[in-house]
Design a binder for this molecule. Structure first.
Ligand code: PLP
Length: 411
């Protein structure tokens, strides 16, 4: 694998220079310019190949260009792509049936991006609080966790505890309370008669692949039931097989009141997100209360239905559990040295580095030169999240590179 040096006059360098010149600098990508991909492998504009161990933050659970998803996409695009919800379309009902059965929920409200689905869940919980629970107008509170990541809209960054996400973007939306993640007593203490919802990631993804203590989710579920608070699981990153079960909440047998999905729901092909809930909760919406021009479009419905079908038929959650366990065992063999801890579930894995290792981003850059794509989350954690369709020999290949790199010199 030839090293990629953005300073030589390659196609890569030209693309990066132009990007720097013409785009907003709201990202700092690793220096690789991908131009084609298939399965777990991508190729850059200069013809180098890389193993994708990030999967677009779990949006590519099915890998790149899954043939059946591509066929569904192309055929549906030719037939009908968009009607808006002003009219019915023939892909909508089958999608709603498929996803509600898959999730064991009564009703679905489709949107496009993850952040929109989280916004939808917040609106749902507030309206349920006022119309059903009987909270006084304007008083609804939602409890969220330290280290959360739920998206980037103004309301969502209003309850982030990451200073950079908030800096310069106020004034913020009130009505949110932060509690430490994994602390049941703190959660119960924060509940008041005005609490309408508890919004939580069953494993914090952007927060550094943080798995809460065993029993936490179950305990929160019980407290929500006891105090009549909606348990709202943000499974945008953890859902749809990633952690070795359909949903990360399944590991503790927890059923949320409000389930938020995105990322992999679009089959790696397009943005598709959804909020699912019971009749009682979703019943608060009346025509005109909420919506989205592209939400529930036939192309999205066809692709998402196909994605769910493949997930179940090909037992991708089981595959993630089996491969993830083996891969994590091997990675744990690297602890000591620069590796402090290996944590995660299924194929959502964090390699937490020691302070001596320096920033995780430098190690990810090093792995890029080895032909592997991965990404830091918080400063000191490398996130490993390959497509669930990855071959085991490719995981072995990746392990060799990771082991060699982390046993080598600090970058
Ligand atoms: C990615 C992510 C989001 C936001 O999704 P977007 O599609 O980027 O808006 C929300 N919550 C979690 C847990 C995520 O990982």
């Amino acid at each position: 694998m030839p090293a990629v040096d953005p300073h030589t006059p390659t196609q890569t360098a030209r693309h990066i220079e132009s990007t720097e010149r013409h785009s907003a600098h709201n990202y700092a990508p690793l220096p690789v310019v991908v131009s084609r991909a298939s399965g777990a492998w991508v190729e850059d504009v200069d013809g180098h190949r890389y193993l994708d161990m990030l999967s677009a933050y779990s949006a590519l659970n099915f890998g790149h260009g899954h043939p059946e998803i591509v066929d569904t996409f192309v055929e549906q695009a030719k037939r009908l792509s968009l009607t808006s919800r002003a009219f019915h379309n023939d892909q909508f009902a089958p999608f709603c049936e498929t996803i509600t059965r898959f999730c064991g929920m009564d009703r679905v409200l489709p949107m496009n991006t993850g952040a929109e689905a989280v916004e939808t869940a917040i609106k749902t919980a507030r309206k349920w609080g006022y119309k059903v629970k009987g909270v006084a107008d304007g008083k609804a509170e939602i409890i969220v966790c330290d280290g959360n990541f739920h998206g980037r809209t103004v309301t969502i960054v209003s309850f982030s505890d990451d200073d950079q996400y908030r800096d310069g973007f106020g004034p913020f939306t009130p009505g949110f309370k932060l509690v430490p993640y994994g602390d049941l007593a703190a959660f119960e203490a924060a509940i008041t008669p005005n609490t309408v919802g508890f919004l939580v990631e069953p494993i914090q993804g952007e927060g550094g692949i943080v798995v809460p203590p065993e029993g936490y989710l179950k305990g929160c579920r019980d407290l929500c039931t006891k105090h009549r608070v909606l348990f709202m699981a943000d499974e945008i990153q953890t859902g749809l097989g990633r952690t070795g079960r359909k949903f990360a909440c399944d590991h503790e047998g927890v059923k949320p009141d409000v389930l938020i999905l995105g990322k992999a729901l679009g089959g790696g092909m397009m943005p598709v997100s959804a909020v699912l809930a019971s009749d009682e909760v979703m019943g608060v919406f009346r025509p005109g209360d909420h919506g989205s021009t592209f939400g529930g479009n036939p192309l999205a419905c066809a692709v998402a239905s196909k994605a769910l079908e493949i997930l179940e038929r090909d037992r991708l959650p089981e595959r993630a559990a089996r491969f993830g366990e083996r891969f994590m065992d091997k990675l744990r063999g690297l602890t000591g040295g620069y590796v402090r801890e290996v944590r995660g579930r299924g194929l959502l894995i964090g390699i937490a580095l020691t302070p001596e290792a320096g920033p995780a981003k430098a190690w990810c850059k090093q792995l890029l030169h080895e032909g592997m794509l991965c990404k830091d989350t918080v400063e000191s954690v490398m996130r490993i999240a390959p497509p669930l369709v990855i071959e085991e020999m490719d995981l072995d290949w990746a392990f060799e590179r990771i082991a060699r790199t982390l046993r080598g010199k600090r970058p």
